[in-house]
Design a binder for this molecule. Sequence first.
Ligand code: AMP
Length: 125
Amino acid sequence: MKDPNCIFCKIGAGEIPTSKVYEDEWVIAFDDMEPLMPVHVLIIPKDHYANVGDNVPEEILGKVFGAVRKVADIKGVTEGGYRLLVNTGEDASQSVQHFHVHLLGGGLMPRPNDQDWGAAASNAQ
Ligand code: AMP
């Protein structure tokens, strides 16, 4: 199912050009347009799910996460390592409401700590 107003659905359908990294029947991966690291790829299902909690069938979860190691190989970060990030909903500041996995790599990333996690984190027990 596609959402005609969703930009990532349009990318998945090939209606909006992107810097494509990987594609199969279920999934497309492309470079983030505002990269936070030398390697910053978004891996998305072609069908529309608002986020990872939106009743995504396990088969599709498998296809999305199954693409991770392929994207890592293509981008040359398998050996050095990478970070996966799945912003989900308002508290996580998800900005595009179509389930996507960020794959970040190509350099050392700090471990999250209170300082860079913002005010709410410093209140966590
Ligand atoms: P999130 O905050 O987890 O929802 O992340 C959405 C990401 O999508 C951001 O990192 C944006 O830079 C990225 N983004 C939005 N539109 C596009 C686009 N047309 N092509 C590539 N990346 C995009």
